[in-house]
Ligand binder design. Structure first.
Ligand SMILES: [Zn+2]
Length: 287
């Protein structure tokens, strides 16, 4: 009995470009997986040192200060979500490239963690760092099985399934939802995790996208979280709308029609080749 449940424990590894990408695109699913006893690790390939507008964070020392702040934000988020590990690599924001060094680094992280599932961005995303992260991860998908490549880091027995997280980009092809996970039921936790990244969701992103004079009652957790939900969960709302039929198939006609926020995942052919049913089963974490 004990052995069986051990075998059922799966390991999920999400590579985002920045600290906060994992929470937005995979955070709700990660919380549900962790609550079922699965092991979840987030990796941010960049250290977050350019994600702000304040002169306080300009220059090399300022960048280090911002990166340190964001590391703390990520650690608090991981604690709230039950995420086993939140690793932040030391690449500067806006400079990530899927070069040979990053390829090796990515292969070694995957081999050491021994995941069943690896998830990252598609390489048609808007941000150069997202594209580079996605490219590095997909470049690693086959190479991680090559014994003479990075021979000091053993190849795990399990060859992982690779997947892409949701994005809204349609060129060259729109994202395809092969699996969808409702996140309404874990919304409070997901928002609490995103709220940890206040340098982003309450400072940088409002300044960049909405209003340079943005202000909010920082002392009210309700105000903070309802703002984050309204402004920064559009991708989860879109993911639910676009995968409406799959939500009904996954959660039943009635319940599926009521779901408002979801995270969806597209199967990548580069990793372990599983059927669509098997792929969906990996993300089947109930309500
Ligand atoms: Zn990002």
């Amino acid at each position: 009995m004990k052995k069986e449940s051990f075998v059922d424990i799966k390991r999920f590894l999400f590579f985002g470009a920045h600290p906060d990408d994992a929470e937005e695109l995979f955070g709700g699913t990660a919380v549900k997986l962790a609550r079922k006893g699965h092991i979840v690790k987030f990796v941010s390939m960049c250290n977050g040192n350019c994600g702000h507008f304040s002169p306080e964070y300009a220059g090399i020392e300022g960048g280090k200060k911002l990166a340190a702040r964001r590391k703390k934000e990520a650690e608090r988020s991981a604690e709230i979500g039950g995420i086993s590990e939140y690793e932040i690599l030391d690449h500067s924001d806006c400079t990530l490239q899927a070069d040979l060094a990053v390829r090796e680094e990515t292969v070694r992280i995957i081999r050491r963690f021994k995941p069943h599932v690896v998830i990252s961005h598609r390489d048609c995303d808007y941000h150069a760092d997202h594209r580079a992260a996605g490219r590095a991860v997909m470049d690693a998908a086959y190479l991680l099985k090559v014994p003479l490549y990075c021979p000091d880091t053993p190849i795990p027995e399990i060859n992982p399934v690779f997947a892409y997280s949701y994005d809204c980009f349609t060129d060259p092809v729109p994202f395809r939802a092969d699996a969808v996970v409702e996140v309404d039921s874990v919304m409070e936790t997901k928002l609490a995790m995103m709220d940890c990244h206040e340098s982003q969701f309450l400072e940088w992103l409002p300044w960049d996208r909405i209003d340079k004079d943005f202000s909010i009652d920082r002392n009210s957790p309700e105000a903070r979280r309802s703002y984050i939900k309204n402004e920064w969960l559009a991708s989860n709302r879109e993911a639910a709308q676009k995968a409406e039929e799959l939500l009904k198939k996954t959660y039943g006609e009635e319940k599926g029609a009521q779901i408002r926020y979801a995270e969806s995942f597209q199967f990548s052919q580069y990793g372990e080749n599983v059927s669509l049913e098997e792929f969906r089963a990996l993300f089947s974490v109930g309500e």
